[in-house]
Structure formats: C-alpha cells, structure tokens
Design a protein around this ligand. Structure first.
Ligand code: AMP
Length: 424
C-alpha cells in the first residue's frame, strides 16, 4: 500500500515511524512533513488544507490510504472532498467527514451531542451576542471558577478559566461583542468547572466497532510544576497510573460506547480517531472535550506502546473490519519530553541549528518544528523535538527521555524536567 500522512508535527512523525515499520506499507509520503519525517518516507511540500494539491499527489503516486494528522483539514472537509470526487472516492481517508469533525470544530455541537447521548459532562449553556444578557446572568449562577469556551477552533487558545464573576462577565463580553477569538467566539459555551485530574483517552473507530488505544496524560503548562502559560503540550506519559481497570471500565461504559453508538444513531459517519479529554473527579470520568484526531504530544507516547501492525488497524478502520483486527499493547511505559524554542509559547526563536541528535541513547526523536537547510537541521516551530522513551517502568522512561533531551542542543532550547514526576 502507498500511504499519505497529512501534517508536519511530532504526532505525524510518530505515525510515520510506526507506519514505516509495517510490511504492508510500500511507499510512505508525508505532506508537508519536517526534517525528521524524511527518514521514514518522502516529504512533499503541500499544505494540509491544499485539497487540490493533495488530490494531484494522491493520483500521481497511487496513494491507497490517507491518514489525516491535524484537525483543520478535517473540519474543513478533506474527507468530504475525497468522497465528492470521482477519482478520489475509492481512496480511504482516516479521519471523520466535516460533520463528525464538529465534535471538535464546535464546542456547542459536542456539548449537545454529549447531552443527547447521556455522556457525563459539565453543565453548560451556549450564548451569542443576542443572548449576552442571559449569559451574564448565567455566569453568576454556576459557581466558581467559570469556564468560557469559544465555540470554534481557536488554535488551542479559546478556553478561559475565570476565578471571579466579574472576570467571567468581562471576558464573555469581549468574546461575544469584541470577537476576542475572531469568528470562533461568535458563540461561547459557558461551563461549570470540573475539579480533578485530566487524562486523554483515544479510540479508533470504523463507525461500528472500536478499539481503545493506550491512554495518556499530557502536560500543557510551559513551566515546571505546571505553572505559567498554556502550550500545545510539553510532554506526555502512557499508561496513566490512575486510569486503572475499574476507571477504564467506567470510561468505556459511560463514555466510549454512548459516543460510538450516538454517532451511529445520529447517522454521523465516522472513520478515524476520537480523542476524549477526560477529567477524573474522585474516580468518576467526566468529558471535557472531544477531538477528531490524535493528540500531540500524546501520540508520541501512544505509538511506541502499540505492538501490533498499525497499518493493519488503519485498514480495518477504512474497510469497516476493525473488529477483526488485532490490537496489542505493550505493558512498558512511554514518556515524551518536548523540547521547545526559546520564548515559546510567546514570540519564539527560529532557524537555530540543532546538534547532538546522534548522541541520543535510548529514545526516539520525533521531529516537530524542524526543517533541513543543506546538511543542517534547524528549528522552525515552537515545539521542536519530542523525545520519547519506552522503558520497563515510569521512572526509567522519564529519566531516559529527560537525559536524552539533555544531549541535544540549539540556541534557546528549553524543556521541562518534571514531566510525569507527579505520577511516580
Ligand atoms: P479544551 O480546549 O476544551 O480542552 O480546554 C482546555 C483546557 O481547559 C482543558 O485541557 C482543561 O485543562 C481546561 N478545562 C476545560 N474545560 C474545563 C472544565 N469544565 N473544568 C475544568 N477545566 C476545564
């Protein structure tokens, strides 16, 4: 099979690494990819939202399967584009059509979906400019802190947690009347705060059956001890010790089954990943959000734990035969430390030469924001390299990933040395 991965981050590097190991994969392409994905396949400089460019590539290279990494092309309808095109419709796309991608593309859609399907989630109401007054009253009625969520995609920045009613009212007003997050905040979900500890659960579905991939925990804040600004993710670990069998059974019964059944019942076709952001509140799972794709940096800890052939699983999703496929999961522990650019998540340094990757001893280096400049590997993005280590226990995995990150250098480099240590 010839396979195309859309995307250019650490998640796509981890996919590419895993897919390249499958005997079922003949040629692998990554669009646009980065300096690391070129080790596993051919990078093609096409944007993930350039559907016409993707079409040309698929036809010229005889691509048999497309795996979509990020949410943007899904929400913009890349899967629908394939289905509507006579030349492309036979090429399976892993990732939902635009309607299913609304689980991530619209917080209001996903809250309503959860409510209709009895999936446990925080109480909420959605407001627009026209219902601002009601919204201002509602924020005072749901307890503190108050969670405000821009309805649409806002590059991970559209959620505000306000500790006073005044702040919540001010922000709600800014979001609805001043377009604080552009169009994304023309509708705002106002939600009760859930107190607990977060984790990410990943489901692969062909629309009928499902498989639960290894769960993971990610670390979003820039600073050690979970302090400072939010980022795209500074590291992850899998498995998550508090997600024991009893908890995961609740997740499956109360969240996963109603979600997959709900999609079916509502005739929403869905072939791809469902990323469920959960809060564990005193042992009970509550859904914070759905995403319509895998997580980054979680994928970099999830892929190393999957022992079975990932292409075989993807084929099962494409063909509707996922229930016949084998998913085996290693009981080893994976830890990922993300090395970021100086200044990130604010304005950050770019074009810095990266050295020392060859000194890494027992981790995978999944490239994120990197590019090749002649023989040099240089930084391009905020999140530069994901260092993932798979070891017998969590302490060793964390220690190895952290030690290997220290063997790499570029001007301004930074990474957290405390990823996962709260779980030991
Ligand atoms: P989201 O974009 O929905 O994942 O929200 C971003 C982050 O905000 C989540 O990862 C949580 O840390 C936090 N968050 C969102 N909703 C809630 C909630 N209802 N209660 C507590 N924290 C939340």
């Amino acid at each position: 099979m010839n396979i195309l991965i859309l995307g250019s981050g650490g998640r796509e590097s981890a996919f590419a690494w895993k897919i390249a190991q499958s005997p079922k994969c003949d040629k692998l392409f990554i669009a646009p990819g980065n300096a690391g994905t070129g080790q596993y396949g051919t990078n093609v400089n096409i944007k993930v939202t350039d559907f016409e460019g993707i079409k040309k590539l698929v036809l010229s290279e005889g691509i048999n399967l497309v795996l979509v990494g990020p949410e943007e092309p899904l929400v913009k309808g890349v899967h629908d584009f394939f289905l509507a095109d006579a030349d492309l419709k036979h090429v399976p796309v892993i990732g939902p059509q635009a309607e299913g991608a609304q689980l991530e593309g619209s917080k209001d859609f996903s809250k309503q979906f959860m409510e209709r399907n009895n999936v446990p989630t925080a109480a909420s109401k959605t407001f627009t400019k026209d219902t601002l007054q009601e919204g201002l009253e509602y924020v005072a009625s749901i307890g503190l802190p108050v969670v405000l969520k821009a309805d649409g995609l806002a590059a991970g920045k559209g959620v505000l947690i306000c500790s006073t009613v005044e702040e919540a009212r001010h922000e709600l007003n800014e979001m609805l009347t001043e377009a604080k997050f552009g169009d994304a905040s023309s509708r705002v979900v106002v939600e009760q705060f859930l107190q607990g500890i977060e984790l990410s659960v990943f489901v692969m579905t062909d629309g009928t059956s499902y498989k639960i991939l290894p769960e993971a925990k990610d670390y979003k804040r820039i600073g050690e001890g979970d302090t400072g600004l939010n980022t795209g993710g500074m590291g992850s670990v899998s498995p998550v010790p508090f997600a024991d069998a009893a908890f995961m059974q609740k997740v499956e019964e109360r969240v996963i089954i109603p979600t997959v059944e709900g999609l079916k019942k509502e005739n929403i076709p869905y072939k791809g990943f469902i990323f469920i952001g959960l809060m564990n509140c005193d042992g009970e799972p509550w859904v914070i959000e759905y995403n319509c794709r895998m997580g980054d940096p979680e994928t970099e800890s999830v892929m190393p734990r999957i022992s079975s052939d990932f292409v075989d699983l993807l084929t099962g999703v494409a063909e509707g035969s996922l229930n016949e496929k084998e998913l085996t999961i290693s009981d080893k522990v994976a830890a990922t430390v993300f090395m970021v650019a100086g200044g990130y998540p604010g304005e950050y340094l770019k074009d810095k030469v990266i050295t020392g990757i060859e000194n890494v001893r027992d981790s995978k280096v999944f490239h994120g924001g990197t590019y090749l400049d002649g023989d040099d590997i240089k930084t391009s993005g905020g999140r530069v390299l994901a260092i993932s280590s798979l070891q017998d226990n969590m302490f060793e995995a964390l220690q190895q990933a952290t030690a290997d990150a220290s063997r790499i250098y570029y001007d301004g480099m930074y990474f957290r040395r405390d990823i996962g240590f709260d779980l030991l």
